[in-house]
Design a protein around this ligand. Structure first.
Ligand code: ADP
Ligand code: ADP
Length: 207
């Protein structure tokens, strides 16, 4: 497929979980602004220090920081045939900036009701060694690695409310924007991981 793909949806919708399906099908590298920011925070770079307060408060990091990160990432060689964006763009200005630097051919929107989002986020755990995402009830990790799993600092019930607010205010309107461009494919994200994965692969196959 020509161009880049965007995985769109609220926090905790399953974008990171489903990204591997698309990476495997298309060979495009996954570009997650959340992962890039978390890595900058843990390396204590200037950018990481600036982003940290926003992330911990469940607010969006300023567009200028995000757009700078993406511009740099897209100059890397593996991005030349397009990438899979996960968690970007999240505002209209980010989408406008993106449209000036690369072609977005498909936007896959994973829809999940807010009530399910809270359960998904609070139970999310990550394996720091592999980056694999688990859930305490919906996708439990094998017993031998449970001890090393970590929980993100912003994955609390309190922070998730402000992240959902940011999503509804700043990110959701982007879905309408992409819909008006005729490139939005909407998927019901409330089924099991396997069911959603099937719908995602059908969406990619139809393109
Ligand atoms: P996002 O990248 O959109 O923030 P994740 O892929 O990290 O979301 O998923 C959030 C949490 O929900 C994780 O703990 C994941 O294991 C779990 N999850 C993902 N998809 C589903 C699903 N279809 N059903 C139940 N839980 C899911
Ligand atoms: P989730 O899918 O669970 O919301 P992410 O890993 O995508 O988690 O994002 C974590 C946090 O990083 C966000 O709450 C926000 O503070 C910041 N962030 C990630 N991507 C962006 C972006 N494109 N624009 C602004 N802030 C972002």
């Amino acid at each position: 497929m020509e161009g880049s793909i965007v995985l769109f949806g609220p926090p905790g919708a399953g974008k990171g979980t489903q990204a591997s399906v698309i990476v495997e099908m298309t060979g495009k590298p996954q570009v997650s602004t959340g992962d890039m920011l978390r890595s900058a925070v843990s390396m204590e770079t200037d950018l990481g220090k600036e982003a940290k307060t926003f992330m911990e408060a469940g607010k969006l990091v300023p567009d200028s920081i995000i757009i700078g990160l993406i511009e740099k990432r897209l100059t890397e060689e593996d991005a030349s045939d397009g990438v899979l964006f996960d968690g970007f763009p999240r505002t209209i200005p980010q989408a406008e900036a993106l449209s000036r630097i690369t072609l977005v051919s498909t936007v896959i929107s994973i829809e999940v009701p807010d009530d399910d989002i809270v359960d998904r986020i609070v139970g999310r755990r990550m394996d720091p060694e592999t980056g694999e995402i688990y859930h305490v009830s919906f996708n439990p990790a094998p017993a031998e690695i449970v001890g090393r799993l970590v929980q993100r600092k912003d994955d609390t019930e309190e922070t998730v409310r402000s992240r959902l607010e940011a999503y509804h205010d700043q990110t959701k309107p982007l879905g309408d924007w992409y819909s008006s461009l005729g490139i939005l494919v909407t998927i019901d994200g409330s089924g099991s991981i396997e069911e959603v994965g099937k719908a995602v692969s059908e969406a990619i196959n139809q393109k």
